[in-house]
Design a protein around this ligand. Structure first.
Ligand code: NAD
Length: 480
């Protein structure tokens, strides 16, 4: 049994179960966002590597789809147990390459184990149905795996984004080639290694890296791939959907958001703040479901802003490897640069900077937890996902204005609301345009709950039974 990788010194591709690196392959540095030091060197797949992975995926699919649900479930259960055993080591790799505090990194690996355990059960629950027909005839619907899948994952959740690409696929009986982010490769590699160590064949689950646009064009250009699944920005998602359209491949898109937090007048301000301030700065705000647009009924606004700023100033920022760190650096150089530009634009347009707003130090990619308030709607940051440690607080006249502003953007991933008014709660459930709505809480993700968005936040779902079903297609058998 191979142990989890312990550092970034031997990064590789995983093709046909083999660790592939070296030769004439190009490489790229992997950077520690807390220090900007080089952690390791990542090989890029050659065109031949990608063709080999595709041929393996084709072969792997034809054998894995015939395996019993019991066998697939056993492998997923075992992989989950290995992830639990290795959570400490994988969590360290994850913090080093991505920056989040150890506690969050370990939690991420444990979530991956929980998701694989849930999917193990779903292998056996991919029920079809029998249709009503006259005597002597029958018709039934069965679900069959869609085929080899190509998955592309982002750097903000180096393990969860990868497990969401491979877990449902493997449970459904598909093969999958996944490309984790080149910026955070080791946690994804460790996750797939656990699946291989648990008995998933090497041609069923493979890992490649390279120049993202070149890898996706190569894999999507092959008729072997029947589904594409992506986590990342809306712009790249639209590009991949267009590429997938040429061969009418199935797509699942988990794209950006800009989540409203609707705080209605019957809320207890301290309870909301105790829950939502931590959520706003989790993973330095680099979360597609980050609560970002706080829409607060105006009577509550002054106390809400004061309490928010006080709590924000108390957050301890530091290297994620240090025990008392509550918020780590942003994950890459683009983060602080992009956020500083958006803050400058909002201030020019009249927003108030209540705290933060600057890079911290001259080493690594640290940025102060920031609060902007009374932010005009024409500020860029009110329209584009900030993806950084920032909260935008705006006073709102009444409930109607809050719901209208919540739905104003083309995004619709997560939304949050705080109220105990039962009528308002059912109105929100019906009217808020989002894939997930949390009422009086900050959690929108659980292994048994479908995760995904509407409008420009994408389509298709990961997690929940949908995470497996979206890797399958219905086939109807008519018998006379
Ligand atoms: P991006 O969309 O360019 O990159 C996100 C991921 O997609 C990366 O891992 C990248 O390797 C991959 N990618 C990029 N182009 C690709 C292609 N042509 N084919 C396949 N994969 C490709 O985003 P970014 O520059 O890293 O971040 C920009 C913004 O994207 C962020 O500020 C945020 O708004 C959004 N984002 C959203 C999520 C999410 O969880 N939905 C994750 C990361 C970034």
């Amino acid at each position: 049994m191979t142990d989890a990788p312990s550092d970034h010194s031997s990064l590789h591709l995983l093709i046909g179960g083999e660790k592939v690196s070296g030769g004439s392959r190009k490489t790229q540095d992997v950077i520690d966002p807390a220090t900007a030091e080089v952690l390791g060197s990542l090989p890029h797949a050659t065109s031949d590597d990608l063709d080999t992975a595709l041929a393996n995926a084709d072969k792997g699919f034809h054998s894995w789809r015939k395996e019993s649900a019991d066998k697939r479930a056993a492998a997923l259960h075992k992989a989950a147990a290995l992830l639990r055993e290795r959570a400490g080591a994988i969590g360290e790799l994850l913090t080093r390459e991505q920056g989040k505090p150890q506690r969050e990194a370990m939690g991420e690996v444990i979530y991956c184990a929980m998701l694989l355990e849930f999917y193990a059960g779903e292998c056996k629950r991919a029920y079809g149905r029998t249709l009503v027909r006259p005597e002597g005839q029958s018709a039934r619907v069965i679900y069959v795996p869609v085929g080899p899948i190509a998955g592309f994952a982002a750097w903000n959740f180096p393990a969860i984004n990868v497990v969401r690409k491979v877990g449902g696929a493997i449970a459904a009986g598909c093969s999958v080639i996944v490309k984790p982010s080149e910026e955070t490769p080791a946690a994804g590699l460790a996750l797939v290694q656990a699946l291989l160590d648990a008995g998933v064949p090497g041609d069923v689950c493979q890992v490649v890296f390279g120049v993202p646009d070149e890898v996706s064009r190569h894999l999507l250009g092959s008729p072997i791939i029947r589904k594409v699944t992506f986590t990342g920005s809306t712009a790249v998602g639209k590009h991949l959907v267009k590429l997938a359209a040429d061969d009418l491949k199935v797509t699942t898109m988990e794209l950006g958001g800009h989540a409203p937090v609707m705080v209605f007048k019957d809320s207890d301000v301290d309870t909301v703040l105790d829950t939502m301030v931590g959520a706003a700065y989790r993973n330095a705000g680099q979360v597609c479901v980050s609560p970002t647009r706080f829409l607060i009924e105006e009577d509550l606004f002054p106390a809400f802003r004061d309490g928010f700023v006080e709590r924000t100033k108390a957050i301890k920022v530091g290297n994620g490897m240090e025990k008392d760190t509550q918020m780590g650096p942003m994950a890459n150089e683009r983060g602080p640069e992009g956020l500083a530009k958006k803050i400058a634009d909002a201030k020019d347009k009249g927003a108030k900077l209540d705290t933060g707003g600057e890079r911290i130090g001259n080493q690594g990619f640290f940025f102060e937890p920031t609060v902007l308030s009374e932010v005009p709607l024409d500020a860029e940051i009110m329209n584009e996902e900030p993806f950084g440690p920032i909260a935008l607080l705006n006073p709102m006249a009444n409930a109607d204005a809050i719901v209208e502003e919540a739905n104003r953007l083309p995004y619709g991933l997560a939304a949050y609301a705080w109220t105990n008014d039962p009528k308002l709660r059912s109105r929100l459930a019906a009217e808020v345009e989002a894939g997930m709505l949390a009422i009086n809480g900050a959690n929108v993700s659980a292994p048994d709950a479908p995760f995904g968005g509407v409008k420009w936040s994408g389509f298709g779902r990961e997690d929940g039974e949908e995470g497996v079903m979206h890797c399958m297609v219905a086939k109807t058998i008519h018998e006379s």
